[in-house]
Design a protein around this ligand. Sequence first.
Ligand code: SAM
Ligand code: DTB
Ligand code: SF4
Length: 338
Amino acid sequence: MTISTKPADLHVATPRHDWTRDEAQALYDLPFADLMFWAQTIHRANFDPNHVETASLLSIKTGGCPEDCGYCSQSAHYKTDVKATKLMDHDTVVEAARRAKQSGAGRFCMAAAWRNPKDKDLDRVCDMVSAVKELGLETCATLGMLTEEQATRLREAGLDFYNHNVDTSPEFYGHIITTRTMQDRIETLAHARKSGLKVCCGGIVGMGEQVEDRLGMLMLLANLEQHPESVPINLWNEVKGVPVNATADQPDPIELVRMIAVARIMMPKSVVRLSAGRQYMTDEMQALCFLAGANSIFIGDVLLTTKNPQTRKDADLLDRLGMTSKLDGTRENELPAA
Ligand code: SAM
Ligand code: DTB
Ligand code: SF4
């Protein structure tokens, strides 16, 4: 396949849902400068290239999860350092959200290590969502599988986004998770969509998968009826005691940048979040990811159970890149100065 990089031919800025494997691979294999030019052109047609979204995470129910996701510190199937906790109380969650807002987060994501929420737990989460929304934050939750009724209840409580990842390609999926199928995940995404929630869906790289799997995951996402509004790309954060291990081939930094650029091109209007794994990335690599089209990060010293760069370090990086992080469109950087 021949790909033109002339600006006049860059009509792919209109979202498509019929990407082929050959097209994804051809984009990925473009000379780096051409790939970056194309991704940048599409990025600039759809977003302010100097703006990055900031989201903050809180694990509202940690560990003891019945699922066997082979990368996860919170699965009850593996012996990790994580201690299981009960669902956090309402005020603690709202206080954490208030602090996240003060540190510059625009969105607050509440995560629970459940296969799916029980209805009595969902009542409590709905109350948390309403209170966080009242603080003036965008709200996101990730609670495992949902029925359409549960999704609707969350939306009515004030939830903006539901995060539910496909994690990897359909072909590699069975190597990583056996207790929940890819089809189960697609159904939860459909329930979230039907209820009117916005969808946050992506996956992980660095679990021993091949480049073809990374592209297969992007194809799956890009060929959904509607692209996820947010696409988190996580680099596996090392966890001791789980089947995925650090001997898995880590993606070469340039490969990760290429993948971000391909995600940007295939899902031109989606926000691409450079998610877990930034702790391992140099400033230069993150800058390349932003140039490739990543326009969201998680801020805060911890993600759920693993490390994230310190907020001060992120503020310093964004300042040096002249990037803004405020959601209301002003040019100032909302993060505390380094
Ligand atoms: N339990 C819920 C579920 O799986 O749907 C929500 C929380 S789960 C931790 C959310 C996502 O975080 C996973 O789907 C996975 O993509 C990502 N994740 C989990 N552990 C990770 C790790 N060690 N490194 C990178 N990403 C990870
Ligand atoms: C997502 O894709 N990444 C976030 C969020 N969605 C919930 C979670 C990253 C978790 C990293 C591992 C941990 O801290 O336990
Ligand atoms: Fe449970 Fe989510 Fe971890 Fe899988 S990723 S083990 S569902 S907490």
